[in-house]
Design a protein. Structure first.
Length: 370
């Protein structure tokens, strides 16, 4: 009899963290599962640690050579025998013995749901620092309509990979993790699945997510490395194209706003919490030419990026550069009244700054491009 759930635990150089992760699964009250430790030719004691779990549901699969983290993810999914697949990074762990029971319950009761996820508790070192803000979608459980969840996703990835349990049929029908996006492949996958399935959100934080310098995200996000932001821009642009083909959107405005916010920040002072800047014009131009659908879309994108650059320069006190960016935007979109207001207020000096802080900035969170 096949297990209902397959946990896939990809492991490379994390033997010291593996016991906490695997034991958190073995402590689950729901018992019909398997655990696949996907040892990616790790040079540490991963084989010995994997052998120490005296439970037949724990299986150690070792690659003879390192096949890369994404291929290792996908290999584990392919080998999984369960109806559901839960990929958990070895540096994360479940914090509630009832977590699997709750996930199985919501997925079994809602066959139209493609995946379920929960909020996560961020851990730095050995200290819990609270709910990871990017995972917080409110205090109530919710079944999202897929297209609505897609529109939420383009504001930013809110799903921790280790918090998501996915129907294996989703992978079989729509593919696994993309080799073309080594950093943001999970975010792209959630976008793809949201076009075809509903999504379950469990408000209870049932996962610990560990933030540390040895994580994959930290490795990708080294100072001056544009890989992360390029991956993330590719996610939103590709999701926009898929949404158009599926008839979910009639225009790209919301997607372009999100892309412009990310690109504009990365081109100037960087994304919050990251080294800056994360993107050069030489990085951005090929992406733009690759993904825009026509000249109108290109002009719209360039204008939105310039607004974000103008905002970033304004917030950093570079008022001349800010005005120049707003003017470049207005040459492309002269009917954008809000941009005209920002530009003209800059020209009036101190009084204009006061009025902007009083009226515009109070209404317009920094995350918005327009």
């Amino acid at each position: 009899m096949n297990p209902l759930v397959s946990f896939v635990v990809p492991c490379y150089k994390f033997a010291h963290l593996l016991p906490q992760c695997v034991n958190s699964i073995l402590e689950q009250t729901y018992q019909n599962y398997e655990i696949l430790i996907m040892d990616n030719c790790s040079p540490d004691t991963t084989p010995e640690v994997a052998a120490s779990f005296k439970d037949p549901r724990v299986k150690h699969i070792r690659n003879e050579v390192n096949i890369g983290h994404v291929r290792n993810f996908n290999k584990g999914i392919t080998l999984a025998e369960g109806k559901y697949v839960w990929l958990v990074s070895p540096d994360d762990w479940l914090r509630d013995p009832e977590a699997l029971s709750r996930y199985v319950d919501v997925m079994e009761r809602n066959p139209e749901v493609g995946f379920a996820f929960c909020r996560a508790i961020e851990v730095q070192g050995t200290e819990e620092v609270g709910i990871a803000g990017w995972t917080n979608l409110g205090e109530d459980d919710r079944i999202w309509n897929g297209p609505d969840f897609l529109m939420r996703l383009i504001e930013g990835d809110c799903v921790v990979l280790s918090a998501a349990m996915v129907r294996k049929e989703c992978y079989e029908k729509f593919g696994m993790f993309s080799l073309e996006m080594p950093h943001a492949n999970d975010w792209y996958l959630w976008c793809v699945l949201a076009l075809h399935y509903r999504v379950a959100y469990l408000a209870q934080p049932m996962l610990h997510v560990r933030m540390h310098e040895e994580s994959l995200t930290s490795a990708f996000n080294q100072r001056g490395n544009p890989l992360c932001v390029i991956d993330e821009l590719n996610v939103i642009w590709r999701a926009a194209r898929l949404a158009e083909l599926a008839g979910v959107i009639s225009n790209r405005r919301a997607f372009n706003t999100s892309i412009a916010t990310m690109a504009g920040r990365a081109l100037t002072y960087g994304q919050r919490g990251r080294s800056m800047p994360g993107l050069s014009d030489a990085d951005f131009e090929p992406l733009l030419r690759q993904h825009v659908k026509d000249s109108t879309d290109e002009e719209d994108m360039r204008a939105r990026v310039q607004v974000v650059i103008g905002d970033e320069e304004y917030w950093h006190g570079e008022y001349k550069k800010s005005a120049q960016a707003y003017w470049r935007s207005l040459k492309l979109r002269p009917w954008w009244i809000r941009t005209w207001v920002k530009f003209l207020l800059l020209k009036t000096g101190a009084l204009g700054f006061y009025i902007r802080r009083l009226i515009l900035d109070a209404r317009e969170p920094r995350a918005e491009a327009m």
